[in-house]
Design a protein around this ligand. Structure first.
Ligand SMILES: Nc1ncnc2c1ncn2[C@@H]1O[C@H](COP(=O)(O)OP(=O)(O)OP(=O)(O)O)[C@@H](O)[C@H]1O
Ligand SMILES: [Mg+2]
Length: 375
């Protein structure tokens, strides 16, 4: 071989080696890039999964937050409704107290005058009866005929009966007006000057039952399911008025025969008194209005619509709450929540009493925040 050929062979061998090396490199490169692509795909999948998880948990958190906001909003709405209701009742109460104060005086003297008139009429009739007896001894026939004619003209026999009926009706009417005025005064919280004292609530309910028993005995059987209660710091006569109004309403709501159940229970810092009836129930549309003064569904002359507003005012004044649950056609339960003790300080904060809520469970609805002076 010539040196030229040898050189050529050496160059070719070197070329072949570098070609093989390049091919090997290219293969490694291809392998590396395939591995990188696979890694990239895995990373992408992981990223997708992680993004999905993040999105899902963000959506759940958002949903939770939304629910919390919606519930806070509902709570705010409820509190606002209660405040509005309390404010409305408080201002109506002030108006009612003012009217009651103005009417009280004239009612007082009309009542006293009618009673005096009744006595005078009785005296005059006694005198007329004496004159009638003396009539037969009038010797002058013309004079006797005159007296007889005058009596007939005056229709004395009818007048005698009618005057008595008129006076009795007037006394009745005035007594009814006086009762309304006294209820209105009871509605105004400041009207009460009864002393705060520890009282046995069961005894107060029982004595109220005695008073109204005549009114309810033909319509309802009264069942008592009394728990053990501590003495309650309260104004007992005022509370009796609450019990009376609730019992009367219960009896009046019963068509035919029914049952009134009075349940009491101790709930620690407060007590719960339930007055449940099997009466006709309350229309849902009326539930929000039953505590308003003069709201009544009873016929004219039967109800003045003051019973529950008076009860509401008194219970609020005790720092308590009154709530109602009613099902049309099945019956109604009024729950009265009363604190066992009254606070000693007296900034008169507005009561949080609800008017017509149907979920009066003690935990959720009580204690109220109002504080009242101790008399
Ligand atoms: N236990 C009850 N069952 C059914 N409806 C009731 C009951 N208690 C109250 N109500 C309804 O609430 C209304 C208002 O009651 P509230 O005691 O204030 O007035 P009233 O009973 O109509 O009249 P008043 O009590 O002044 O004689 C009633 O007219 C009645 O429609
Ligand atoms: Mg009533």
């Amino acid at each position: 071989m010539t040196p030229m050929e040898l050189l050529l062979m050496a160059v070719m061998a070197a070329l072949a080696v570098s070609l093989v090396v390049a091919a090997l490199r290219a293969r490694r490169l291809a392998q590396a890039s395939a591995a990188a692509a696979a890694r990239a795909a895995t990373l992408e999948r992981e990223l997708d999964a992680r993004t999905r998880r993040l999105e899902e948990s963000a959506a759940r958190a958002l949903e939770r937050r939304n629910e919390e906001l919606a519930s806070a909003n509902r709570e705010l709405q409820r509190t606002q409704d209660q405040l509005l209701q309390s404010e409305k009742l408080a201002s109506i109460g002030q108006l009612a107290a003012g009217v009651a104060h103005e009417i009280n005086n004239p009612i007082g003297f009309v009542q006293s005058n009618v009673a005096t008139l009744d006595r005078y009429v009785a005296d005059i009739f006694a005198l007329i009866a004496a004159y009638e007896q003396a009539e037969t001894s009038i010797a002058d026939p013309a004079l006797r005929a005159n007296v007889e004619a005058a009596r007939k003209a005056a229709d004395l026999d009818f007048v005698k009966d009618d005057v008595r009926a008129l006076v009795a009706q007037s006394r009745d009417g005035i007594a009814r007006v006086a009762k309304i005025v006294s209820d209105l005064k009871g509605y105004s919280r400041s009207a009460s000057d009864e002393r705060w004292q520890p009282a046995d609530i069961h005894a107060a309910i029982d004595s109220t039952l005695n008073i109204v028993y005549n009114e309810i005995k033909y319509k309802a059987e009264v069942r008592k399911e009394y728990g053990t209660l501590p003495l309650i710091e309260c104004r007992p006569a005022q509370l009796s008025q609450v019990f009376m109004n609730l019992l009367m309403n219960a009896a009046q709501a019963i068509r035919g025969q029914g049952t009134i159940t009075i349940r009491t229970r101790d709930a620690g810092a407060h007590v719960v008194l339930e007055f449940a009836d099997t009466g006709e129930g309350i229309e849902p549309a009326n539930l929000a209005r039953i505590f308003e003064p003069f709201f009544t569904t009873k016929p004219v002359g039967k109800g003045t619509g003051l019973g529950l507003s008076v009860a509401y005012g008194i219970v609020s004044d005790h720092g308590g709450e009154i709530a109602v649950d009613s099902t049309r056609g099945e019956g109604t339960v009024f729950r009265v929540f009363l604190p066992v003790a009254q606070p000693e300080v007296s900034p008169s904060a507005p009561s949080t009493c609800a008017s017509a809520n149907s979920d009066g469970t003690p935990g959720e609805r009580f204690p109220a925040t109002s504080r009242h002076p101790m008399a």
